[in-house]
Write a protein that binds this ligand. Structure first.
Ligand SMILES: Cc1cc2nc3c(=O)[nH]c(=O)nc-3n(C[C@H](O)[C@H](O)[C@H](O)COP(=O)(O)OP(=O)(O)OC[C@H]3O[C@@H](n4cnc5c(N)ncnc54)[C@H](O)[C@@H]3O)c2cc1C
Length: 715
């Protein structure tokens, strides 16, 4: 219905425009006609000033709303007929109202379509318009590089607020309106439109137009100077860069800075490698590997093995995770980074001024270091919610769960996100009776519903008690028995447990190292701009402490930007590009994603097509007894351009790499289809998904003709 209305409206508009041209009304809107009719028009105004004013106003609004030519002549005529004061008043309001109507028409007719079709690509522009749209509009109004009707229509397609559009337009057009209305008061002396605006006047308008942008830059610079005012800047610096935190973000930042021959100090208070190596990715994946082995033993019959069993010591499996950490550790060691040219300082860092960082070593000694730039890469820590009674039990988190050597019999896992889900399945496979408790209606809530359903189904088939829609209310300890009381559909349910693992999210590390004292702006994370600068332009942040993603590879990606920006600013800066960030959740079936999923595409009203290829069809998956899951590709309607991919199944994280490359380098599904994939591999699934898309887009008409051609050839 809405679409129909729009069509009618578009037809009406086009009809009005066509009528204007058909009746050749433009002939009345040229300088010669107005000049020849000037005395009649003046007499008309003198006879009925109010009617003349109102009609002229309405005609002007209509002409600008319909984007008709002749605005300049009408503005001149307003000066000639109504004089400078009334002419200004009429034209200023009529042109702004008309422009706003054109803006609304463009937004209503095409805005939704443009944003849904090109929203992803327009994202940066949208952010820019939301932030500085008013400034740009003001400049465009003053500097006549584009016709006004183009500006009205184009602005309607951006997310600028209508009120902002209106008042900035009115303000921005004032100077030009004045020039033309004023010239109109001397209409008899004007011979051509081009003579009205002299090069000098044009230059002044350009300067006036650029002024707000320049002024904003100056204000930004002054604000930056103001926040530095409290501190005395050292005359020279000992180093170019100090990096606080030796996790994924900090290590890569320091590495890049050293590779660029900068003098860089990396300060780590605990262990190089940070969360990923010591308490995150590495031990969790080691544990998941052991658990997967056990699950295969359980599935022996599926592989044609009559019976298989495994005896294992829980403590030994946990020790293996530590051995894996030790094996990976050399990659992140002090020795390696020192060899790479990084000055590694072991101790706790505290920022004492925008250019000074104090390091406190384990023996209590302190050292003050000076630097031109600082990168905050202090990471995050598990968030433990203040559930009443939680203090009565020992809380396991991703920080300390690795110390477990005795297997808890009943493990309650609070949290249905990636970390909670990975640990739930791993510990269940290691013999714990696990209850997973999630407040939301499903686990892995960022993924599409069918993904959550597949994983939940698998968890339940492995004996995991998945409780979704359960809100932890309190913890009780009664006669030594521990209970988690969870509210579910208005009822309190009691879940007994021996150990409680909390994995409900991770909070950025923001306290205790000088951010508050310095005045670095923080919210849930350190607040940064597109260049990853904090409110102190020489202090940057990357990784979990900055967000928005909490992945090792996202931290490493940001690290490149902070290192290069910190070293090159003010000469050159790069805006962090988050367009293609992949991730995987290492449960079974594995879940991997890049770009949009269906949920997000619908939420953001982005037009898309879905191609779904089931892995139950894939030879290798069948041979491996892993014929479950799917590859789901979202594409731009009618095109092979990939908007996002979700893969669920064996080695989904690895399979995704091909799509990540394709999206990053703008390769479409046709390119994937035209690439040879080794038979029989799981990776062939990507090609088959592309093939499925191709079949759905086969040119049916052409094929019908081809069929006739073949029939003709057969005689
Ligand atoms: C269980 C688990 C599994 C995970 N699995 C994956 C996965 O499979 N894939 C993935 O991509 N991501 C995974 N992650 C997330 C990943 O570990 C983090 O995104 C990544 O470690 C963030 O790196 P970072 O450098 O920002 O922070 P961190 O690794 O936390 O490093 C911050 C460092 O700063 C140090 N520090 C803090 N304050 C100071 C100070 N004042 N002075 C000196 N040093 C300081 C800390 O000691 C720490 O070493 C997992 C996380 C967990 C918890």
């Amino acid at each position: 219905m809405r679409v129909e209305k729009r069509w009618w409206f578009a037809v009406l508009l086009l009809g009005a425009m066509a009528l204007f041209h058909f009746l050749d009304l433009g002939q009345y809107l040229n300088l010669a006609t107005i000049k020849s009719r000037q005395s009649d028009l003046e007499a008309w105004r003198a006879g009925q000033p109010l009617v003349a004013g109102v009609l002229y106003f309405a005609a002007y609004v209509a002409a600008s709303a319909l984007s008709l030519p002749g605005a300049a002549v009408m503005t001149l005529a307003a000066g000639a007929i109504f004089g400078l004061g009334w002419g200004m008043l009429i034209v200023s309001f009529a042109s702004s109202i008309g422009a706003t109507l054109a803006f609304f028409a463009s937004r209503w007719l095409l805005g939704g379509w443009v944003q849904s079709r090109f929203g992803e690509r327009l994202a940066a522009l949208n952010v820019g318009v939301a932030r500085e749209g008013g400034f740009y509009l003001f400049t465009l109004r003053l500097v006549p590089v584009l016709p006004f009707f183009v500006i009205n229509l184009a602005m309607g397609l951006t997310p600028i607020r209508p009120l902002t559009f209106y008042w900035v337009s009115q303000l921005g057009m004032l100077a030009g309106t004045f020039v033309y209305v004023n010239a109109g008061t001397q209409l008899a002396r004007i011979d051509s439109l081009s003579g009205i605006v002299s090069p000098g006047l044009l230059g002044s308008l350009v300067l006036l137009g650029v002024f707000p942008l320049v002024a904003k830059k100056i204000i930004d610079m002054l604000q930056a100077r103001k926040i530095y005012a409290r501190w005395k800047r050292p005359a020279r610096f000992d180093r170019n860069l100090i990096v606080i935190g030796g996790g994924s973000a900090g290590l890569v930042t320091a590495y890049i800075a050293a590779a660029l021959k900068a003098k860089v100090t990396l300060i780590e208070k605990h262990k190089l490698g940070g969360d990923c190596l010591n308490t995150g990715c590495v031990p969790s994946k080691a544990l998941i590997r052991s658990a997967k082995f056990l699950s295969h033993v359980q599935r022996a019959k599926e592989f044609g093995i009559e019976s298989a069993s495994a005896e294992f010591d829980f403590a030994e499996v946990m020790e293996r995770a530590q051995r894996i950490i030790k094996a990976v550790e050399p990659h992140d060691s002090v020795e390696r980074y020192t060899r790479l040219g990084v000055d590694v300082a072991e101790g706790a860092a505290r920022i004492v001024s925008p250019w000074e960082v104090e390091v406190t070593h384990a023996d209590g000694s302190k050292k003050l270091l000076t630097t031109r730039s600082i990168v905050i890469a202090a990471g995050a820590r598990p968030f433990v919610p203040p559930v009443p009674g939680i203090e009565q039990v020992e809380v396991l988190t991703s920080d300390n769960v690795w110390n477990l050597r005795q297997r808890p019999d009943r493990l309650a896992v609070l949290g249905g996100g990636p970390i909670g889900s990975e640990l739930t399945q791993a510990f269940a496979r290691l013999g714990c009776r696990v209850t997973q408790i999630e407040m939301l209606p499903r686990i892995l809530v960022r993924e599409d519903v069918e993904v959550s359903e597949l994983v939940t189904e698998r968890f339940r088939s492995e004996g995991i008690d998945v409780r979704v829609g359960h809100k932890a209310k309190r913890i009780e300890v009664v006669d030594g028995e521990k209970w988690l009381i969870a509210e579910h559909e208005g009822q309190d349910l009691r879940i007994p447990f021996d150990a409680l693992l909390v994995a409900v999210g991770r909070s950025a590390n923001l306290e205790g190292y000088g951010l508050e004292e310095l005045g670095v702006v923080t919210g849930r994370t350190v607040e940064v701009n597109g260049y990853l600068q904090t409110n102190f332009p020489n202090i940057y942040a990357a990784g979990d402490v900055a967000g928005p993603y909490q992945f090792t590879h996202a931290a490493a990606h940001q690290a490149w930007y902070v290192a290069v920006n910190a070293l090159l600013d003010p000469f050159k800066k790069f805006r962090a590009d988050y367009r293609v960030i992949p991730w995987a959740t290492f449960v079974e079936p594995e879940v991997a994603r890049v770009g949009l999923n269906e949920l997000e595409a619908k939420e953001r009203n982005i037009a898309h097509e879905v191609t779904h290829y089931g892995l139950d069809d894939l030879d290798r998956a069948i041979a491996d007894s892993e014929a479950h899951g799917f590859v789901k590709v979202l594409t731009v309607p009618g095109k092979d351009q990939i908007l996002g991919v979700t893969i669920v199944g064996e080695h989904a994280g690895d399979l995704l790499a091909e799509y990540v490359l394709a999206m990053k380098h703008k390769l479409g599904l046709n390119k994937i289809l035209g690439t040879i994939h080794t038979y029989p591999t799981l990776a062939e699934a990507n090609k088959y998904a592309a093939g499925k898309w191709k079949r759905a887009h086969a040119p049916q008409r052409l094929l019908a003709w081809v069929e006739r051609f073949h029939a003709w050839r057969r005689g």
